[in-house]
Design a protein around this ligand. Structure first.
Ligand code: MLC
Ligand code: AMP
Length: 445
């Protein structure tokens, strides 16, 4: 693991404020010492769950797992009982740092997994994506190349520490490349403005809020590079940021299962609405409904392959097989076009049942199941509706007796996680269905 995170073995010297999260800081040697001590407690555990609060304790716990060679399962700090119970029953870790939930008997350790990241599909509960250390190293090195990211940078962001963006890029990236890290606790425009970094990460919702706060945006004029990802950056936000900060953000594209596979380059063209070209080691192709590759400028589903891909879903060989083609490409489910120069643009998703809200991926089916668990709800259909701040907002259509909108919103926020709650609930006498009885989501709205 020393090879994965060279900052921890003194490759970049030491710095008293190498890692700041909120108002607490650690030097790299302090982080290495604390994580090393904690790693000793992990010996023999098949996996370790970590309640991923935005704190230095989370960074220490994740690094401890990596040092011990024990897969780390980050859990959203606001995950409700349904989500936590599912993750713990599925991953069966031997320890849960930061929480006291009862744990089932531990499972055998999955091979070659540094992280197990739970991510939503269109239906059912989230699946655990097994991310190997080699994939993390390959991706971070590829991004360092694309973004001219070096130990001279100070990285700033305030993203959650249980997803690829905030954890893999935002924490492990800094420790691999040797940049100082300032995690702002929450990704607010004012916190970004006062952090004094050279390299900033954000989801489009964060960048939209920065653009709507001109004094905060102007404070980023001293930054070297702004990077947006996890959802489509609206063209208007990109241009507003250029006006206020003096530069367009770079857009990059990825998934939990593939890490970041496409990016614009720091020294290349910054085209609004484009996510650039494949990063080093990645190959892409665009296919039609039958899986046949399409020529440039066609609209089709993106498939990717390369060293940054995950090792499958934990306990779900069926889902792992379904996510890949027979010849080993990963089916992203994203609809893209690629021009003759190899520049990719994400146009949408092939399924309406995966929602992106504030950069979070949310499966409609998981929210529908949570709603249906409420005794007053008889039918439920969940969709993502366009939203100026969040990209999409979760809207629930329900058939229910004697329950109000705010009750149902709070019910989902408490049972799953706050970001999975519907922002609006519409009450109907019946859901629109086709002759087969399937809900017609296109008719909702
Ligand atoms: C609101 N709150 C409630 C509530 N309603 N609490 C309980 N019950 C309710 N009904 C509280 C919340 O707890 C929170 O409190 C506050 O209200 C605001 O919550 P919110 O409305 O959900 O936050 P919001 O401001 O909308 O969040 C915007 C955001 C967030 C941008 C900060 O969406 C975010 O962090 N997004 C990042 C997602 C991400 O990292 N995705 C990367 C996936 S990896 P409090 O106390 O907390 O203020 C990936 C790969 C790739 O996609 O390509 O990168
Ligand atoms: P997640 O698994 O949470 O990482 O979400 C992955 C999904 O986020 C992808 O399948 C895309 O739909 C979306 N996504 C990530 N980056 C971008 C981007 N730059 N533009 C558009 N969509 C994106």
């Amino acid at each position: 693991m020393d090879a994965l995170l060279p900052a921890l073995t003194g490759a970049f010297g030491d710095h008293p404020e190498a890692v700041r999260v909120g108002d607490r800081t650690l030097s790299w040697s302090q982080l290495a010492d604390r994580a090393g001590t904690l790693a000793e407690r992990l010996a023999g555990a098949p996996a370790v769950a970590v309640l991923a609060t935005p704190t230095v304790d989370t960074v220490v716990a994740v690094v401890a797992g990596l040092l011990a060679g024990v897969p780390v399962v980050p859990v959203a700090p606001d995950a409700g009982p349904r989500e936590r119970a599912h993750i713990l029953a599925d991953a069966r870790p031997g320890l849960f740092f930061g929480a006291a939930d009862p744990l089932p008997a531990p499972a055998p350790t999955p091979p070659d997994a540094a992280l197990i990241l739970y991510t939503s599909g269109t239906t059912g509960p989230p699946k655990g994506a097994l991310i190997g250390p080699g994939a993390i190293a390959a991706d971070l090195d590829a991004l360092a190349g694309a973004w001219s990211w070096t130990a001279a940078d100070t990285l700033v962001h305030g993203l959650p520490l249980y997803h690829v963006h905030g954890l893999v890029l935002g924490v492990l990236g800094a420790l691999r490349i040797g940049s100082r890290l300032v995690h702002t606790g929450r990704p607010t425009p004012r916190a970004y403005a006062s952090a004094g970094g050279t390299l900033y990460f954000g989801v489009p919702t964060v960048w939209g809020r920065v653009a709507a706060d001109p004094p905060a945006a102007r404070a980023l004029r001293r930054a070297r590079l702004l990077v947006s990802g996890s959802a489509a950056l609206p063209g208007a936000t990109c241009l507003a940021l250029e006006e206020l900060t003096g530069q367009r953000p770079i857009e990059r594209y990825g998934m939990t299962e593939t890490l970041i596979t496409l990016s614009a380059r720091a020294d290349g063209a910054r085209l609004a609405g484009a996510v650039g070209t494949p990063v080093t080691g990645i190959q892409t192709r665009v296919v039609d409904d039958t899986g046949a590759p399409l020529p440039p400028d066609s609209l089709g589903e993106l498939e990717v392959r390369g060293p940054t891909l995950f090792n499958g879903y934990l306990n779900r060989p069926d889902a792992t097989a379904a996510a890949h083609t027979a010849d080993g490409w990963f089916r992203t489910g994203d609809v893209v076009t690629v021009d003759a120069a190899g520049v990719h643009r994400v146009v949408g998703r092939s399924s309406t049942d995966l929602i992106k809200s504030g950069g979070y991926r949310i499966g409609a089916g998981e929210v529908e199941e949570a709603l249906l668990a409420h005794p007053a709800v008889r039918q439920a259909a969940v969709v993502g509706a366009p939203h100026p701040d969040l990209g999409q907002e979760i809207v629930a259509y329900v058939v229910a007796d004697g329950v109000g909108e705010s009750d149902l919103i709070s019910y989902v926020a408490a049972d799953l996680a706050v970001h999975k709650r519907p922002r609006r609930v519409r009450f109907l006498d019946d859901l629109p269905r086709n002759a087969m009885g399937k809900v017609q989501k296109r008719l909702l709205g």
